[in-house]
Design a protein around this ligand. Structure first.
Ligand SMILES: [Zn+2]
Length: 82
């Protein structure tokens, strides 16, 4: 979990890619397609820094796949523009 997994911007449901998500309620965040299992999940609750590094406030910064496939990594979103 010490390495940073770099994810590129991609299309919907491409494994290991991310897409921006804008919502009036939650602001700007991203949806990630799990590199392991392809599950789509949002990064709501995480903070995404200007350089695309995903972190969080008051909880573990790592991104954990909700399908419990074992993906639990520190993530950076390549090409993130806040
Ligand atoms: Zn997964």
């Amino acid at each position: 979990m010490s390495n940073v997994v770099i994810l590129e911007r991609g299309e919907w449901d491409e494994k290991g890619k991310w897409r921006g998500l804008q919502s009036a309620e939650i602001g700007r965040t991203a949806v990630v397609c799990c590199p392991n299992c392809g599950t789509m999940f949002s990064l709501v609750g995480h903070v995404i820094l200007e350089d695309g590094v995903v972190t969080a406030y008051g909880q573990s910064p790592s991104v954990v796949c909700p399908a419990k496939c074992g993906f639990d990594e520190n993530v950076q979103l390549l090409g993130w523009n806040p």
